[in-house]
Ligand binder design. Structure first.
Ligand SMILES: C[S@@+](CC[C@H](N)C(=O)[O-])C[C@H]1O[C@@H](n2cnc3c(N)ncnc32)[C@H](O)[C@@H]1O
Length: 195
């Protein structure tokens, strides 16, 4: 779902990009970076993480977002290079061929995607065998999900158990997990590897 202007103001802050980069750096301590050449970021927003990966790690990165305005902003703040490209994509209907990437990153995106299960399936499809999936997002307790469901038709609403079960069903193994309290919800950080 497209964000409102107010949401964009909050999400597109420089500090938010820096926080996201710090989380990705943490995750990289758990990964074998020698096998990562091609990366995909879903819901890249202003593109800070994609630009960081291309510039600091020389990875070939495609930053994608559902919202063309966000993609334009990413391009203007972090211009495209041989290693850095942006394009408009819906995470639940990716247009890339199977096994295109060694790494997929999705930070704070899945709770915006009504068909979030399809997005998990798409990540599994576009990742190569042994590829990594870094997933940071909110999940809600079962009771809150029940209450919010009628009003949240345009969002992704899932419990941690549900999203984990979809990861497992799509052939992912969990390598790392961390939970950060976030108001009444929790922010979950997972690193997964595709079998
Ligand atoms: C909360 S922002 C997160 C941006 C950035 N990843 C961050 O953590 O700051 C969610 C982003 O996901 C994008 N988005 C929403 N639905 C999407 C979809 N179905 N496919 C791809 N991107 C989507 C929005 O346009 C927005 O840029």
């Amino acid at each position: 779902m497209k964000m409102t202007t107010l949401e964009k103001k909050f999400v597109n802050r420089k500090q938010k990009g820096e926080y996201n980069i710090a989380r990705v750096r943490d995750c990289f301590n758990h990964l074998d970076l020698g096998h990562i050449y091609r990366g995909l970021e879903l819901g890249c927003g202003i593109g800070a993480v994609s630009a960081f990966l291309a510039n600091e790690y020389n990875m070939n990165i495609t930053g994608t977002d559902f919202d063309a305005e966000q993609v334009e902003l990413a391009r203007s703040l972090h211009p495209e290079t041989d290693l850095l490209h942006y394009r408009v994509e819906d995470a639940s209907r990716l247009t890339f061929p199977a096994h295109t990437f060694d790494l997929v990153i999705a930070q704070n995106v899945f709770h915006h995607i009504p068909e979030w299960e399809k997005a998990v399936q798409e990540v599994a499809r576009v990742l190569s065998s042994g590829g990594y999936f870094i997933w940071f997002d909110l999940a809600v307790p079962g009771l809150i999900k029940k209450v919010l469901k009628p009003a949240a038709r345009h969002s992704g609403l899932y419990t941690l158990a549900e999203v984990r079960s979809e990861f497992l069903r799509c052939g992912f193994t969990q390598l790392y997990y961390d939970r950060i309290p976030h108001g009444p919800f929790s922010h979950h950080h997972l690193i997964l590897q595709k079998s």
